[in-house]
Design a protein around this ligand. Structure first.
Ligand code: HEM
Length: 127
């Protein structure tokens, strides 16, 4: 077999200079929350269907939904819903061809992140 000489090649430069930035993080989070919300909606519909099936089945579903774990899931779902909603509005702004310059895109990203936390806390306080 031929004697293969290994050449030490440099790594692609992007691996050493790459860094997370807000528009990228918030874009990924939009997809993550969109898919997570599908699970939340299924859980919510299961709870409603349980009420239609009968009192015994509803008691089981309700015990789960109102447990600390259910509270945690629905609180995170609320955060995900507000985040996804704000990111959806941001998408509308982008679709109109606005906010695409880096400083504005970063501000809009922070607005989605901070806004979703503030709106989640307000919702929990009001409801
Ligand atoms: C419970 C309600 C919702 C569910 C279950 C949901 C679910 C999803 C899912 C599964 C995706 C695709 C994610 C992916 O690409 O992997 C998505 C994307 C998207 N959603 Fe929602 N969504 C909901 C509410 C909303 C609302 C209220 C808005 C608008 C304010 C919205 C705006 C968008 C937009 C703009 C995208 C595309 C994002 C992109 O391509 O960058 N969604 N959603």
């Amino acid at each position: 077999m031929a004697d293969v000489k290994r050449v030490e090649r440099p790594l692609s430069p992007h691996l050493t200079i790459y860094r997370w930035h807000i528009p990228m993080l918030t874009s990924i989070l939009t997809r993550v929350t969109g898919n997570a919300l599908v699970v939340s909606v299924i859980l919510f519909v299961w709870w409603l269907l349980a009420a239609a099936v009968g009192p015994d089945y509803f008691a089981t579903a309700n015990a789960f939904v109102t447990s600390w774990f259910g509270d945690l899931i629905f609180t995170l779902s609320l955060l995900g819903l507000w985040y996804h909603y704000l990111a959806g509005l941001r998408h509308l702004i982008y679709d109109a061809g606005r906010g695409l310059d880096i400083p504005t895109a970063e501000k809009l990203g922070w607005a989605c992140l901070i806004g979703s936390v503030v709106l989640t806390v307000l919702t929990l306080l009001i409801v």
